[in-house]
Design a protein around this ligand. Structure first.
Ligand code: FE2
Ligand code: FE2
Length: 302
C-alpha cells in the first residue's frame, strides 16, 4: 500500500516503522518494577488494604501523589486525608490501580512536548480535567477513569513525536505548507498509515488499562464507535473539543477539530436536549475548573 501526500508517495515504510516500534515497546515503555508490583497486588483479590498501603508507602513519589489526589477537589472528600491506608480504603483498589498506572505512564514520557514546549501535556491535562467536568455535568458518579482517559487520549501523538521525531517534524512541516488544504488527522493517517488514536489504543492495551479507557482513547474522535463505555469516549470527545476551542490545543492555531454529531443521541438519554448552549456553558466553566483541579493534575506531572 502507498499513501499520497503533496503529490509524493509515502510507502508502507512509515507504517511499518511505527508498528515495529510498537512491537518493541516492552524495551522502552515498560513500567518500573515497584509500579508493576503495586499493579499486581491491586488486581489480586486476596491482598489486604494494609499490604497495598505499605507497598505504596515504600515509593515516596507514588505515595505523595496518592495523598495529593485523595485531598483534591476531584473526589471532594470532606475530611483531610493524611494516611495512605485511609486513601486506600476511601478510593478502593480499582481507583488506586488506575491512578498509579497513569502516574507511571506519564512519567515514561519526556514532557518537553513538540511544537511549542509543553503544549501537548498542557492540552492533555486540560482535556483530563475537562473530561471530568463533562461527566459531572451529566451527574454520573465521578471516578478516576474520566481524568485518565482525557489525560492519555493523545498519547499516540506523544509517541509519534518522541519516537519518530524526524518524521513527525516532516509531517508538521507539510501541514504548515499546506496552510489548511489538509487537516491534521487526514495527513497523519496518510503519512504514517495509522492514526494517533489507533496507536494510543495499542499502547493502552500494552499497559493493561481497563477496556473502557482503551476504547475511549481509540474512539476519542468518533465516540459512537466505542464498543465499551461510549459515554466515557463521548466525554473525552467533548472535552477535547472545548479545550481546542479555548485555544488549549496540542498544535498551533491551525489545529481543527470536528464534533462527531453521533455523540448527541448518546448523551440525550442522560440530559434531555443536549445542545450547543450546553457546550458553551461547559466552555465557560473550563478555566475555573482547570484552576480548581490543579492539585490533582500536579500529582501526574512530578
Ligand atoms: Fe486526538
Ligand atoms: Fe486532543
Amino acid at each position: 500500500m502507498i499513501f499520497l501526500v503533496e503529490g509524493k508517495l509515502y510507502p508502507e515504510q512509515n507504517r511499518e516503522h511505527v508498528l515495529h516500534l510498537l512491537s518493541r515497546c516492552e524495551d522502552f515503555l515498560a513500567l518500573p518494577s515497584p509500579v508493576q508490583v503495586i499493579l499486581g497486588v491491586t488486581s489480586g483479590r486476596s491482598t489486604s488494604s494494609t499490604t497495598l498501603a505499605s507497598l505504596i508507602q515504600n515509593d515516596p513519589v507514588i505515595a505523595s501523589g496518592i495523598i495529593a489526589i485523595a485531598n483534591s477537589p476531584y473526589y471532594g472528600f470532606s475530611k483531610k486525608i493524611h494516611r495512605i491506608s485511609h486513601a486506600v480504603s476511601l478510593l478502593g483498589f480499582e481507583e488506586i490501580r488506575n491512578l498509579v498506572l497513569s502516574m507511571a505512564v506519564v512519567q515514561l514520557f519526556d514532557h518537553r512536548g513538540f511544537g511549542s514546549p509543553d503544549r501537548i501535556w498542557r492540552h492533555s491535562c486540560a482535556v483530563g480535567v475537562a473530561t471530568r467536568m463533562v461527566a459531572g455535568f451529566f451527574k454520573v458518579k465521578i471516578e478516576s477513569k474520566f481524568f485518565l482517559a482525557g489525560l492519555l487520549h493523545d498519547i499516540g501523538k506523544v509517541f509519534l513525536s518522541q519516537y519518530l521525531p524526524d518524521k513527525y517534524t516532516e509531517m508538521l512541516a507539510i501541514l504548515e505548507r499546506e496552510g489548511g488544504g489538509i487537516t491534521y488527522h487526514v495527513l497523519e493517517e496518510a503519512f504514517f498509515g495509522i492514526s494517533h488514536a489507533q496507536i494510543g489504543k495499542m499502547l493502552m492495551e500494552f499497559w493493561n488499562f481497563p477496556e473502557g479507557v482503551v476504547h475511549a482513547v481509540q474512539c476519542h474522535h468518533a465516540p459512537s464507535n466505542a464498543v465499551t463505555d461510549a459515554f466515557l469516549a463521548s466525554c473525552v470527545h467533548i472535552a477535547d473539543l472545548i479545550c481546542t476551542v479555548r485555544g488549549i490545543s496540542p498544535l498551533g492555531d491551525r489545529y481543527f477539530l470536528a464534533m462527531d454529531k453521533k455523540v448527541v443521541p448518546l448523551l440525550t438519554g442522560l440530559k434531555e436536549n443536549f445542545c450547543t448552549e450546553d457546550l458553551f456553558s461547559l466552555l465557560g466553566q473550563l478555566d475555573l475548573e482547570i484552576d480548581r483541579q490543579s492539585g490533582f493534575v500536579s500529582a501526574f506531572r512530578r
